[in-house]
Structures are given as structure tokens and as C-alpha cells.
Design a protein around this ligand. Structure first.
Ligand code: NDP
Length: 449
């Protein structure tokens, strides 16, 4: 379906759909950006010259590889690995690695495409990339995870480097996995190249506040957005989906800002705790025991676990989807709007469907798209690279202060761009255009490459 598309952009989208058949998430991400670019082409037609937009929609390199590994019983498994090096106009490819059974090339491409604009929005010298595997880490032992990570890196290492491509974590890839990946990279290359991966442990070159950065950053963005209508988090009810890295630290910062998080989830169901989610308990269940969110209701008096149904039916003032793509549908948006939601901030990548985004915008709900709101993770990864390059290590407070400044800066640049292009308050448009212009300027300067 071609909606709201400038006539110069229609053939570009048609071509993307044809050449990337069946990659629905990638189509969705490209369509959304192209819908925003009509206003740019109208003002600056030269941005459509030299197939610049076509080039931005085509990854520079796509790597697909076999990952053989042996489980604890001696059985051999084969998974598929991906690394999509999307765009290096602004710096080395940078973006996370995802381990989840749903991973396929289209999902990695959508994530790499989004990452390119997100990284541009941070104002830092990083290009866009993404990787992963259809490996399911659930219920696997530490030994199995280690052997899988080693096999993954044994193939991927040749494509990485601090000036080439710098992966980090994403769904299913946290501190433990980054440690195993880094260990194998170091062993194969015989180089202690700290800047080749981010999200490392503090004892071997990691940055303070990196673990917290995506969640904290998303809340800093929403804080700034709420301020535009004279509101803040204080006394507000919030619902955060997921209970992984992004969700946990989103909940922590909301609480620090005086809000109460009353519900969170995992892929099996959600918990409601009107007294406010006990974060120490969630961290214990998820980070230490690697258990399920259902355990929370069993351990906490007054909490309820709902196995089926949508977390978005829980009435709240602020919703922060922080689990996965397309987890918040048009129907969910309608429920949130009916219950009086005032702001939605995406911690995950593309968690709201296009119907949901449209519904929020039409209802006048403040809406922060993931590519802007969750950029704090990659921005702090770039800070980790800076610390590695200068052999330095900053305090938590210093790093968080920089993160807050970066998030407020991203907010202000999205807001100003939306205004400049005649759509005040439209953060989707602002983020897409501000990110695009930065990448496009760099690409133009470098000629046809
Ligand atoms: P984690 O693996 O730490 O946590 C993911 C959470 O989302 C888990 O609670 C998981 O539940 C849930 N989830 C995952 N897949 C699904 C699914 N298909 N349906 C329902 N729930 C699901 O990942 P992160 O917190 O790191 O990532 C969450 C989101 O944030 C992703 O969209 C990621 O791309 C994005 N992001 C992450 C960044 C980071 O720094 N980590 C940076 C920027 C964006 P379960 O355990 O049941 O699978």
C-alpha cells in the first residue's frame, strides 16, 4: 500500500519491496522513512539526485553464515548468523547483535536501516549496522551459550574492527554474551582491541552506565517531551512492556523521576502490581535467576499475573513499549487512548505498528519513536568507544550526565526539525528527517560510493 508518498519516492519504495521480497519489517521501516522524506524533497529536490535515497535503502554489505555448535549432550546444532553493514557514511558500522528464534534477514535489515538514522541523530561518528542469529538462548546452559558465542565470533571476527564494525548487545545478548564474544575475538586475532565491541564488563573496558543507558535515555527523552506541555513523571502511572535490559532501566529511571510503574511483561504474559513494580525483585528474577515474569506474582503479595491478553489494557498515563517490534497494535493504541494515556515513548525498536502510531498522532498523544527515544544505548556505546580510545574510564555520574545531555539534544533536534518542516510535535517526522539529512550530507560529500 502506498500512502502519503511523494511521486518521486513511490518508485523507490516499489523497488525496495520488489528487491527485498517477503521482508515485511524492512518494508515497514523503509515506508515510514520515505513517507517523511516527501517534505525534504519538496524543499531540497537535489537530495533525490544521484540515487542518493536508493543508495540509503540498500545495505552496503550483507553477511550470512553458518554457526555449528555442540550442546551439553553432545548433539550438533546449526544456526544461521547475520551481519548487515548498512551504512558507513558517518563512521564504522555500529549496532547490536540479537539472538532470538524469530531472527531472519528482513528483521536484521529493518534494524540496521533504523540504526543508521538513530546513530546519525546522536551526532556521534558512528554508521549503522545490525546482526544476530536465530539461536534461542532460552534454557541453554552457560556452557552452551559460550560455545555458541565462540562459534558465532569464529566466523564474524573477520568482518569486525574498531574502525570497521563495532557490535553491541540487543535482545538475548547482554553482558554475559558480550564477554564470550570479546574473549573469542581476542583469542583469534591476538589483539586486545577493546573498541571492537561495546557493552563490555567494567573490568575489561566497559563503560559505566552503558547497561542502564537505553532505558534511562528513553525516560530522559520522554521527560523532555512531557515538559513541552508543562507535565512531568511525578505522580504518573506508567506501563512498561518487557522485563529485559531496556525495560528494567526504563522502570528504574521512571521511579527516580517520581512515577509509578504498575505493569511489566515478558513474552508469556504480564504482571500488575498497583503498589509499584518491585525492581529489585524483577532484577533478581531476570538478571540473576534468568526466570520468567510469572515468578514475580508468585513471590510478591498483591501482584497479579495475566497470562493472556494485552498489557496495554492496563490504564496508565505513560506507556513505554520496551520488548520487541510490532508489539503494540492499533487495537492496543485505541485501548491506551480510551484510558487517557498522555505520552508514549518507544524503548524498543519499532514496537508500535503504523496503525498505532497514526492513532496516537490523531488523538494528540505525545509520541516518541524508538529511533530517537532509544538512542541513549548506542550513544553511550559511542562514549565507551571514546573511553577505550583514550584508555580512560569515567564515573557513573559523568557518563549519565553526558547521556542526559545527548537525549535532550536529540529531543530538541527532532522537535526543531518537525517545526521547520511544518509538522510541529511530530517526532516521527522530525527524527526521520534530522537523521536522513545528516547521513545524506555525508554521503553527498563522499561522491558515488
Ligand atoms: P532483552 O533480551 O534484555 O529483553 C527483551 C524483553 O522483551 C524480554 O522481556 C522478552 O521476553 C521480551 N520479548 C522479546 N521478544 C519478544 C516477543 N517476540 N514478544 C514478546 N516479548 C518479547 O532485550 P533488550 O531489552 O536489550 O531489547 C528490547 C528492545 O529494545 C528490542 O527492540 C531492542 O532492539 C531494543 N533496543 C535495545 C537496546 C539495548 O541497548 N539493549 C538499544 C536500543 C534498542 P522473553 O524473555 O519472554 O523473550
Amino acid at each position: 500500500m502506498l500512502v502519503n508518498l511523494d511521486e518521486k519516492l513511490e518508485p523507490i519504495l516499489t523497488d525496495v519491496l520488489r528487491r527485498n521480497a517477503g521482508e515485511e519489517e524492512f518494508h515497514q521501516a523503509v515506508r515510514e522513512v520515505l513517507e517523511s522524506l516527501g517534505r525534504v524533497i519538496a524543499k531540497h529536490p537535489d537530495y533525490a539526485d544521484d540515487a542518493l535515497i536508493e543508495r540509503i535503502c540498500e545495505p552496503e554489505r550483507q553477511i550470512i553464515f553458518r554457526i555449528p555448535w555442540v550442546d551439553d549432550k553432545g548433539q550438533v546444532h546449526i544456526n544461521r548468523g547475520f551481519r548487515v553493514q548498512f551504512n558507513s557514511a558517518l563512521g564504522p558500522y555500529k549496532g547490536g547483535i540479537r539472538f532470538h528464534p524469530s531472527v531472519n534477514l528482513g528483521i536484521i535489515k529493518f534494524l540496521g536501516f533504523e540504526q543508521t538514522f538513530k546513530n546519525a541523530l546522536t551526532g556521534m561518528p558512528i554508521g549503522g549496522g545490525k546482526g544476530g542469529s536465530d539461536f534461542n538462548p532460552r534454557d541453554r546452559s552457560d556452557g552452551e551459550i559460550m560455545r555458541f558465542c565462540q562459534s558465532f565470533m569464529t566466523e564474524l571476527y573477520r568482518h569486525l574492527g574498531e574502525y570497521t564494525d563495532v557490535p553491541a548487545g540487543d535482545i538475548g545478548v547482554g553482558g554475559r554474551e558480550i564477554g564470550y564474544l570479546f574473549g573469542q575475538y581476542k583469542r583469534i586475532t591476538n589483539r586486545y582491541e577493546a573498541g571492537v565491541l561495546t557493552g563490555k564488563g567494567l573490568v575489561y573496558g566497559g563503560s559505566r552506565a552503558r547497561r542502564e543507558a537505553t532505558g534511562y535515555g528513553a525516560v530522559y527523552f520522554v521527560e523532555r517531551m512531557l515538559a513541552t506541555i508543562g507535565r512531568d513523571f511525578s505522580g504518573k502511572r506508567a506501563v512498561v512492556s518487557g522485563s529485559g535490559n531496556v525495560a528494567i532501566y526504563t522502570m528504574e529511571k521512571i521511579r527516580q523521576f517520581g512515577g509509578t510503574v504498575i505493569a511489566c511483561s515478558d513474552s508469556n504474559g504480564y504482571v500488575i502490581d498497583e503498589a509499584g513494580i518491585d525492581l529489585d525483585l524483577v532484577k533478581e528474577i531476570k538478571e540473576v535467576r534468568r526466570g520468567r515474569i510469572a515468578d514475580y506474582a508468585a513471590l510478591k503479595k498483591g501482584a497479579r499475573y495475566i497470562e493472556k491478553g494485552s498489557i496495554w489494557e492496563v490504564p496508565c498515563d505513560i506507556a513505554m513499549p520496551s520488548a520487541t517490534q510490532n508489539e503494540l497494535t492499533g487495537k492496543d493504541a485505541a485501548a491506551l487512548i480510551k484510558n487517557g494515556v498522555i505520552a508514549v515513548g518507544e524503548g524498543a525498536n519499532m514496537p508500535s505498528t503504523p496503525e498505532a502510531v497514526r492513532a496516537f498522532q490523531e488523538a494528540g498523544v505525545l509520541f516518541a519513536p524508538g529511533k530517537a527515544a532509544n538512542a541513549g544505548g548506542v550513544a553511550t556505546s559511542a562514549l565507551e568507544m571514546q573511553q577505550n580510545a583514550s584508555r580512560d574510564s569515567w564515573t557513573f555520574a559523568e557518563t549519565e550526565e553526558r547521556l542526559a545531555k545527548i537525549m535532550h539534544g536529540i529531543h530538541d533536534s527532532c522537535a526543531a526539525t518537525a517545526e521547520e518542516y511544518g509538522a510541529p510535535g511530530n517526532y516521527v517526522l522530525g527524527a526521520n528527517i534530522a537523521g536522513f539529512v545528516r547521513v545524506a550530507e555525508a554521503m553527498r560529500a563522499m561522491g558515488v560510493v
